[in-house]
Design a protein around this ligand. Structure first.
Ligand code: CO
Length: 290
């Protein structure tokens, strides 16, 4: 049975971190969580002038996973577990914060100095209580290694970041079953993706428009899908592009405070204490400053 659109949420504009503008469909007024997803941020697209590009300097996370996907521009990552990397167009970083990590996400020096276009996503995936204090894990996959597939007519193309579509299987491992796919649909595209009936399914359109079971979903809209075991995506009158997200809900209480997402208020207090006392570590930088 194909899933129908149960609800459409229009993304709002939000200023984040050091002041960058994001388009955010989740959380939104009256909707804190769409289990197991906690946050969906579209960064830009924005063109920075020289000296204007900004990022998120050292900050902690505990209890969930942050997934960064860069479409344009770049992002340099550094964290307290010693990971360091630079993401460019097409690259994905799947970071399991677990018990706690301190990281920074900044545009490269070149992007800061010369300016340039930035477009990407950050999605927060919740962890079930049994995994909230798991050891931090870091998976960085270059765009060239993200599996891709297309329908025989070439009108529907997909980059499979998590899950499986058209026979292509993700290389990224997830702690719980998650689907994270970047679909491009031309007019006339018609593709059906099997997604288990136990999953919550979301489709966020970030370019043009698409159709789901006859309902049009346009740029900046998040479609929350109803029950079923498949999703039928069709092209609209012009090309469209979307993130298809799905996961099995944890059905657990969510206690949330900024960068910490736990099950109880008590655990949030513990997280704040552990961060303040340095138990989530700090980023050791060898480069001399000043
Ligand atoms: Co972060």
């Amino acid at each position: 049975m194909n899933r129908e659109v149960a609800r459409i949420i229009t993304a709002h504009h939000q200023e984040e971190g050091g002041g960058f503008i994001v388009r955010r469909p989740l959380p939104t007024r009256g909707v804190d969580v769409i289990d197991p997803f906690l946050l969906i941020d579209e960064l830009g697209p924005v063109t920075y002038q020289p000296g204007q590009a900004i990022g998120a300097p050292d900050h902690p996370h505990r209890g969930f996973e942050t997934v960064s996907y860069i479409l344009e521009g770049d992002l340099e990552h550094e964290d307290s577990a010693g990971h360091k990397g630079k993401l460019v167009s097409g690259d994905v970083q799947w970071m399991t914060a677990g018990a706690g990590i301190v990281h920074s996400e900044m545009p490269s020096r070149q992007l800061q100095e010369s300016g340039g276009r930035v477009h990407g996503f950050q999605v927060w995936v919740n962890l079930p209580s049994r995994l909230k204090m798991t050891q931090p894990r870091y998976q960085e996959v270059s765009g060239a290694k993200i599996p891709t597939a297309q329908t025989p007519d070439g009108k529907a193309r997909v980059r499979v970041i998590a899950g499986e579509a058209l026979g292509a299987k993700a290389v990224i491992e997830t702690h719980t079953p998650i689907v994270y796919q970047d679909w491009s649909l031309e007019p006339g595209a018609d593709v059906t993706v099997d997604i288990g009936a136990d999953h919550q399914v979301l489709a966020y359109v970030f370019d043009g428009a698409i159709q789901i079971e006859g309902r049009r979903v346009a740029e900046g809209q998040l479609a929350v899908l109803g029950a079923g075991n498949a999703v039928r995506l069709q092209g609209d009158s012009s090309p469209g592009r979307l993130l298809l997200l799905a996961g099995v809900p944890h059905r657990e209480p969510v206690a949330r405070y900024g960068p910490f997402v736990m099950n109880t208020e008590r655990e949030i207090h513990d997280a704040i204490r552990d961060f303040q006392s340095g138990r989530m570590g700090e980023i050791t930088r060898t480069a001399k400053v000043g």
